[in-house]
Ligand binder design. Structure first.
Ligand code: NOJ
Length: 542
């Protein structure tokens, strides 16, 4: 069982996601870059002031026309000049490794850029050797799309290509034609690409949009979603994605990626599929490699439900049990495609969720800026950059607001750049920034630092068993993390009121390690602890 073996680094890692456009500009062009990331490596690991995370996942830095900010690649074996060069990338890997920090590349497997030389060749004629690298179909009579499949970014998933009159498939923007993963040459090419980066020393891949890599062979129409509410749901959800997403063959793609990394040590693969728990477990079961785990995005679904301990308790208990001790759960509160967690819940509840995230079993992901409480920034229409936004007039899909520059200090442009950044800096940057929060022991930054300190120092918090516990109040989500040697307890008060809880569990008195209220002390009387509104507390036991 996994907690009796020596765990692999990724089985309990905290992985920090960097959105390279917005992390640190080093050359004064208003865009973040690799030298900028290198200059900030001590922030993560290697100094007493570091946060103490285990790895960085860097969103794509490949050459790209940036219609989807790097998720539209024109060369999988190079670095976009906006971000640096291969030499600088090598330096980043070496400098990160010196500090014991791993580097995870983003691997965009479902599609290329329309400007990729492969697509440029493929579109030339129906008999071009690269034609079958992409997915082509004749339009229906009257020039209608071959079927009803929709692009996530809006509109039909098919675009007619004038050179041959056929349509090509794109699950995202028309600039991002889908590769055909049923084609052997495509599969071979990706094995080479994976090898190229592993030879350079990267420690893993976050595999983009893997759920879309294989489609129904017969190209059947997706059924109508009878629960769809126009103007409320995303246009993409008008149909149930029965034939264009999450096909059984996707497991084959995941296995191929894992297989290609087998000869290197301890490579971590995490794949992107937005699926419910039942489907998620099928992905775990289908993949034969222990170094793979699918992202679990189901917390995002909970965010749409009423805020209650019961909902979180039921979800985490169920997920941890379904995953079981031999496999690794993952948890995420935010990423570059979703509204920031602080914007959804406000500071006090976000602190509770941070405590939960960093004390759960498995691999957890922190989106840049979460650790200082960055929030979504309202972007005037003329400054919006997201290609999705220009296609869909649906405010909930705009992704610029969660991608604004990292707030390092109260200096000009929050210390991100000397010139006007590509997206506006949040107005709250004079207060919400790394430098100011470092000087404030009650800040969000300190909460993250302290939680990471405990997670790094405690075997139980890193790879102990997750044990659901019963609290007196149904508003309190209570659990522990346990090895044979130690046990830590977590109480999360989801209510907006004071709640009293027992301090003695199975004859052991709990001792407060840290509260989301930080410096303001908790009151505990004899065997009772008083939790304040939305307070989360971490306890050790004697
Ligand atoms: C998922 C990525 O997270 C998103 O940002 C991107 O637009 C799509 N995949 C397409 O690559």
């Amino acid at each position: 069982m996994f907690w009796f073996q020596r765990p692999k680094w990724y089985e309990n890692a905290v992985i920090y996601q960097i959105y390279p456009w917005s992390f640190q500009d080093s050359n004064g062009d208003g865009i973040g870059d690799l030298e900028g990331i290198i200059s900030r490596l001590d922030y993560f690991r290697g100094s007493p002031h570091s946060l103490g995370v285990d790895a960085l996942w860097i969103s794509p830095v490949y050459p790209s026309p940036m219609k989807d900010f790097g998720y539209d690649v024109t060369d999988y074996c190079d670095i976009d000049p906006r971000f640096g060069t291969l030499e600088i990338f090598d330096k980043l890997v070496a400098e990160a490794h010196k500090r014991g920090l791993k580097i995870i590349m983003d691997l965009v497997v479902n599609h290329t850029s329309r400007e990729h030389p492969w697509f440029q060749e493929a579109r030339m004629s129906k008999t071009n050797p690269k034609r079958d690298w992409y997915v082509w179909k004749d339009p229906l009579p009257g020039g209608l799309p071959p079927n009803n499949w929709l692009a996530v970014s809006g509109g039909s998933a098919w675009t007619p290509d004038p050179s041959t009159g056929q349509c090509y498939l794109h699950h995202f923007l028309p600039h991002q034609p889908d590769l055909n993963w049923r084609n052997d040459e495509v599969r071979k090419e990706f094995k080479k690409i994976i090898d190229f980066w592993l030879k350079r020393g990267v420690d893993g891949f976050r595999v983009d949009a893997v759920a879309h890599t294989v489609e129904d062979k017969r190209f059947r129409d997706d059924p109508v979603n009878t629960h769809f509410v126009k103007g409320v749901d995303l246009p993409y959800d008008e149909y149930l994605h029965m034939y264009d997403e999450n096909q059984p063959e996707v497991i084959g793609v995941i296995n191929l990626i894992c297989e290609s990394s087998k000869k290197y040590r301890d490579i971590f693969i995490v794949t992107e599929s937005y699926v419910d728990l039942t489907q998620l477990i099928k992905i775990y079961d289908g993949c034969t490699y222990r170094n793979h785990t699918p992202f679990n995005f189901n917390l995002f679904e909970l965010f749409k439900k009423p805020w209650s301990a019961e909902i979180y308790r039921a979800f985490i208990n169920a997920f941890d049990k379904l995953v079981g001790p031999k496999r690794v759960p993952t948890y995420v509160l935010g990423n570059h495609d979703h509204r920031r967690v602080l914007t959804r819940f406000g500071e006090t509840r976000t602190r509770l969720l941070a405590l939960m995230l960093l004390t759960l079993r498995g691999t957890v992901f922190v989106y840049y800026g979460e650790e200082i409480g960055m929030k979504n920034v309202e972007i005037p229409k003329h400054k919006m950059k997201d290609g999705f936004a220009t296609l869909i007039e649906n405010p909930s899909i705009l992704r610029d607001p969660e991608r604004t520059p990292m707030q390092w200090s109260d200096d000009l442009n929050a210390g991100f750049s000397e010139v006007e950044p590509w997206l506006p800096v949040s107005e709250d940057y004079a207060k919400v920034n790394v430098k100011t929060e470092r000087a404030n022991p009650e800040s969000m930054f300190y909460l993250y630092k302290m939680l990471l300190y405990y997670r790094n120092a405690s075997e139980a918090l890193r790879y102990g068993e997750y044990v659901p516990r019963n609290a007196k109040s149904s508003d309190v989500f209570f659990y522990s993390r346990k090895t044979s040697k130690e046990e830590w307890f977590v109480m999360l008060n989801f209510s907006n009121e004071i709640v009293n809880e027992e301090l003695v569990v199975e004859g052991r008195k709990l001792q407060i390690a840290c509260s989301t209220y930080m410096n303001t002390p908790l009151s505990s009387k004899e065997n009772t602890v008083t939790l304040r509104p939305y307070e989360g507390v971490l306890f050790t036991s004697s």
